[in-house]
Ligand binder design. Sequence first.
Ligand SMILES: [Zn+2]
Length: 274
Amino acid sequence: MPELPEVEVIRRGLAPGLLGRRILRLVIGEKRLRRESSPEKFQEWLPGRVILDLERRGKYLLFRLEGGVTLLLHLGMTGRLLLGPGPSPPRPHVHLVLELEGGLDLAFQDVRRFGQALVFPPGAEPDPLAQVGREPFSREVTPEWLAQEARARSRTIKNFLMDGRVLAGIGNIYASEILFAARLHPGMPAGRLSPADWGRVLKETRRILNAAIAKGGTTVSDYLNSRGETGLFQLELSVYGREGEPCRRCGRAVARISQGGRSTFFCPRCQKKK
Ligand SMILES: [Zn+2]
């Protein structure tokens, strides 16, 4: 599942090809996504408008169009954005194709259909964004703020990091990696972390997300970048997916536990419960 770095990499990859380009026509697939505007709404608001900006909030991509219209996309579990010369070849599971000026097509493909494609008329700020927490790189995110948020919620540090209503865009892979780097046991109650712990969590969160963005996002899951390439830039993961393999720091076997129905990977020696 794409996390913040993957979505950011897609945004950076697509923006040069999309900005300033006009949407001419749409092709709308027959099957519906988990959340998707009606074909009539797409046809009313998208064709004829220039793409002015491409933003990211959490794991959402926001296409800011002429006249204050916003197209919001979420890649869900298996969503892909493929930008290439039109007409784009027939592919299964394509839900929306934007035919653009200059002979380019942007296709949104989503096999499992957990993605979202919603259009918002002028003046309507997309309501899914109301549920999106602060951006990890925002100045408003400080160790003190994290500690305060954690005290208000009773949960483990792993589940706290993955709560997109607090910090946007951190999923299962990066939560495991951040806690390994910060040397914190994933089962620790978030409310018990010290100020120094929060300082390390924030520093490692930013370092790891930046490293992943710089390397083009990981390719652990069923994910393609904006040019449809896969297998690029594999980030070296320290613990995620490495159960039984030696810890890169101390050599002890990496362990796996289940938290909130998701696998967490950690080193039992480097990440002791306090
Ligand atoms: Zn270790």
